[in-house]
Design a protein around this ligand. Sequence first.
Ligand code: ATP
Ligand code: MG
Length: 403
Amino acid sequence: MRLKTLPSEFQKALPILSRIKEAGYEAYFVGGSVRDAILERPIHDVDIATSAYPEEIKKIFPRTVDVGIEHGTVLVLVDEEEYEITTFRTEEAYVDFRRPSQVHFVRSLKEDLKRRDFTVNAFALNNDSEVIDLFGGLLDLEKKTLRAVGDAKERFNEDALRIMRGLRFVSSLGFSIEEKTFSAMMANAKLLEKISVERIFIELDKLLMAPFWRKGLEQLLSSDVYHFLPELKNSKESLQLMLDEMTPSFQFETSEQAWADLVMSLQVKSIKNFLKKWKTSNDFQKAVENLIAIYQIRLKRDVSRQDVYRFGKDTLYQVESLREAKSLTYDRERISNLDSELTIHDKSEIVVNGRQLMAQYQLSPGPRLGRILNDIETEIVEGHLENTQEEIFRFVERRLVIE
Ligand code: ATP
Ligand code: MG
């Protein structure tokens, strides 16, 4: 099969393939971008595989960076673009179920494609736009099927992350999992406990953010794989609830929103501990906590001016979207009105700072000054105090007389 139109990203990278070929080696586009090009979807990261060894690639291109030379990957800089060029390789036994214990560089494209996870990810594309399909991936694309390359049991046993990748591709492509592949996923799910949580997080996060996330989540449930993910053991009912409570067309807008919904569905005792187990960053944790806090507020009352100031309108909008998706009342206009009434969006915009107050009124640093600064902020946000030096000084003077 030949691609009718070669996406511009590939066109731009064609000279790279040519230069490698002129030096006497093979070179192809590989990986997800070839799959996406065949599906006429937008492509990201153009990956190139070659029979040339890393040292040989470095002789061909003057500007390179060793990003993963032990795995055979060299980053090549051409014009303003960067390309990852990886030597054909095979991966020997995964002794610890985490990383291949040894990577062997080989000169055969077939060997390289054989180690890839799914048939739809195992294409190569040559510089004539011809798709090389050694494992029936084109037929699987047509049938919308996700099938492991080779012996499914072996492939998931070698690297259990592929199980999560498979579920994630269900969610991004809307495909179904071929029967043997699916039972092999189930059979090896326990091995996910040996995979780094950070890598599993990335896959579950992508699963939740993809267009067919409901299908991905359903497969996560029916495969029983969720039992082996951090903090999700025995949580079938909660995860099912997450699906049931949501209008089917709803797409999560941000990862934070998706994880906030997940956390709420699970009714976890401590959001912090839950997200710690998932090894997310403090910023991510904080953002999820804020979304949940607002969600709880909204169960009781409308948002206030202080809420808009404190959490920011974008965060509040995300909660309204969740409410809309759960068929609750929502009011985005209120948020945008309150936001447009705010004269400051951040403390730093207040024209008087603590140092100035200390100098003007011989105040010393401490809780009292802190309280005054806080009150200034609250009054400005509420629209009771103008954000000018004159008005703020006047406000402080009144306060000092009272105290
Ligand atoms: P995306 O479109 O999300 O980038 P992708 O298919 O390109 O998906 P990547 O993680 O970018 O996935 O990996 C690129 C290619 O490398 C895959 O298409 C697949 O051929 C191969 N690959 C990646 N991870 C694995 C793995 N764990 N086991 C086997 N092959 C893998
Ligand atoms: Mg990719």
